[in-house]
Ligand binder design. Sequence first.
Ligand SMILES: C[S@@+](CC[C@H](N)C(=O)[O-])C[C@H]1O[C@@H](n2cnc3c(N)ncnc32)[C@H](O)[C@@H]1O
Length: 360
Amino acid sequence: MQKLNKIILYCRSGFEKECAAEITDKASQQEIYGFAKVNEKCGYVIFQCYQDNDAQTLVKNLSFRKLVFARQMFVAGNLLTDLPTNDRITPIIDVLSDCIDKAGDLRVEVADTNEGKELASFCRKFTVPLRQALRNKRILLKIANPSRPVIHLFFINNNCCYVGYSFSQNNSPFYMGIPRLKFPADAPSRSTLKLEEAFHIFIPYEEWDERLKGGLNAVDLGACPGGWTYQLVKRNMMVYAIDNGAMNEKLMSTGQVKHYREDGFKFTPKKHNIYWLVCDMVEKPTKITGLIAKWLTNGWCRETIFNLKLPMKKRYEEVKQNLQLLIDELHNKQINVQIQAKQLYHDREEVTIHVQRIWG
Ligand SMILES: C[S@@+](CC[C@H](N)C(=O)[O-])C[C@H]1O[C@@H](n2cnc3c(N)ncnc32)[C@H](O)[C@@H]1O
């Protein structure tokens, strides 16, 4: 019987060190110890726990939503190597039949790298017979069930993979942890997808009608050319776009945008009915964090999504310090909030943070 003593985490290629530092830190806060194997630019991290069963405890108890740099997290055993080309399925079933039954979904995945992409078509083809075999053994339910665990196979090459599972209430619901979004042809910039992805990741779908509804007022700091404003306008919000640059003309012609050529750090809203503050200004993280804290403590917005740009070396530490700064500042002013942070698929050298004020 295979010991499932590893946590597999997918991340953006180039951010393996941050992902490794984060899992090591957050596992130790739960008194779970191990070591993270880091191969630069491979797009994943393996965290090996020292104690048997710790990986299974971690994958259940460590909140996936609280991980900034991981796109997906699942528990797995040792790498299965030299899978016979004429029967890769049997060794995989051997591992799974010992640790899971009636899973609700199957994902055959690869790293988000060029090497990974080359394996994608093999994975698609292999999924079909594997799914059937798992259903025949009742390891996988015949009909997908979103409340049951998810089986993950993570292929490193076509005869070598990690096999394991995640819990559907504590994982990314997306294949490879990546929401597939289509770039809208009329959007002014590609960064429009960052804000759209942030909505998918941070706001539960059943709350979109309330929290992303038409008629809400929004402020976009560092708005030009208007990719983020586009997402707000698309949802029929009224937007104050703050930036010295030029806004996309088509967006301006909607009549839903007021463009102020002002410094985003000095702009103060005249009205007290702003629901959303979004901010994509390129500035030092501490300066952005201070600005966001000011907006929240002054009660100028109810929710905010903003980016912290990370050109520095110690990126995990930088994010951690800024989150702590924000928490402390808001705590001192007795402002109750919910904070989430994630490096989104569409983020590059940056992370996205969401804060919602909570009353009562
Ligand atoms: C990354 S771009 C924003 C892209 C935008 N979110 C989009 O989707 O099209 C950063 C913008 O921040 C603006 N910016 C930088 N510092 C600023 C400041 N102090 N006040 C206002 N805008 C600023 C820049 O002019 C630039 O247009």
